[in-house]
Design a protein around this ligand. Structure first.
Ligand SMILES: *Cc1c(COP(=O)(O)O)cnc(C)c1O
Length: 345
């Protein structure tokens, strides 16, 4: 990798982050007259911990990382945005994405006026490392990979990712929102080998807490220091920090949810495969299926009329006639299949 300083935007390197008196004072004060808070209240009158100390130390311990290798965001979406803004100079730099993939990368790049280069997945929905490497130019700062990928559901080939990590001089983000549904360990275990690697995870999917907006960025302490530098100090509210601590301290129920979703995934996959107007059910390593129909729009319309919502991708590049269907509860999946069986062939 180039020296990290060549990849970080100049203004971010020079930036002096906002600090509050409370950040400068490390202990627990007995009198807090520094932040213009209301002194009365139930605890929520105080600003949240800007360092997420307790949560970060738990996440560090559970993942055998150092706390300074972790940044916690208001969902991983916030972290992806911060990562984009640390490295990419608007109007000059570019990022590479691998469509069909998670739509947020493109929206964030467009919002930040960052050029996008597209390296499409192949017919097995795998990344094409040679194509990615060939598309990189001197202004390419980040390659966004999603594994398991949304909306295709599959893990990306390990050797292909390793080739990209080893050969490229830019940052490689691996979005692992669905890693807990996959039979593969996290790329965070390779952080020591690859100084250009950033891994993101979230409490929104397997951990069943989309509503509290908590996501994680794992990387080298040098990279996380820059992401942290531009993070707003109070990005994670106190209630979310508390709830996230609860969830991660007591993972049992969530592991059970994942187990039952994985069982249900087999059932649902078989039921979908058995429908005559289903062309293809793509193999999945996540909690959803990408399914190709004879006429996706017609099926979508029928389901909407029955107040069943799935995600129609039939007009997305590379996803002709495809819809993405989340694995629900056994009841929800039965309702879906019953409704689909009503469609005349
Ligand atoms: C759902 C999802 C996320 C989660 O984003 P949050 O902001 O943490 O809720 C991230 N990446 C992908 C690919 C997703 O599908």
């Amino acid at each position: 990798m180039k020296s990290l300083e060549k990849l970080i935007r100049k203004n971010i390197q020079l930036l002096k982050p906002y600090t509050s008196a409370r950040e400068e004072f490390a202990g627990t004060a007995s009198v807090n007259l520094d932040a213009n808070e209301n002194p009365y209240g139930d605890g929520l009158n105080r600003y949240p911990d800007p360092y997420h100390r307790e949560l970060k130390s738990l996440v560090a311990k559970q993942n055998k990382l150092s706390p300074d290798q972790i940044v916690i965001g208001n969902g991983s979406d916030e972290l992806l945005d911060l990562i984009m803004r640390v490295f990419c100079e608007p109007g000059k730099d570019n990022v590479i994405i691998t469509p069909p993939t998670f739509g947020i990368y493109k929206v964030l790049a467009n919002t930040n006026n960052i050029e996008i280069k597209e390296s499409p997945l192949d017919t097995d929905w795998q990344i094409q490392p040679e194509d990615i490497i060939q598309q990189v130019d001197e202004n390419t700062k980040i390659v966004f990979l999603c594994s398991p990928n949304n909306p295709t559901g599959n893990l990306m080939n390990t050797a292909s990712i390793e080739k990209i990590l080893a050969e490229l001089n830019c940052i490689v983000v691996i979005d692992e929102a669905y890693i807990d549904f996959a039979n593969q360990e996290s790329w965070m275990n390779k952080l020591n080998e690859y100084p250009n690697l950033i891994v993101t995870q979230t409490l929104s999917k397997a951990k069943a807490h989309a509503a509290i907006r908590v996501g994680f960025c794992f990387s080298s302490k040098e990279i996380t220091s820059y992401v942290d530098k531009i993070r707003l100090p109070y990005n994670l509210n106190t209630l979310s920090q508390q709830k996230a601590l609860e969830v991660l301290s007591n993972p049992g129920p969530y592991n059970e949810f994942v187990d039952s979703i994985l069982l249900e995934r087999v059932e649902l996959g078989e039921a979908l495969t058995g429908l005559s107007f289903v062309k293809k059910v793509y193999p999945t390593d996540a909690n959803f299926f990408l399914v190709q129909f004879d006429d996706a729009d017609a099926v979508y319309k029928h389901l909407v009329e029955e107040s069943i919502i799935v995600r129609n991708f039939s007009h997305a590049p590379g996803c002709s006639q495809c819809m993405r269907i989340t694995v629900g509860t056994p009841d929800e999946n039965k309702t879906l299949i019953k409704s689909l069986q009503k469609i005349a062939v």
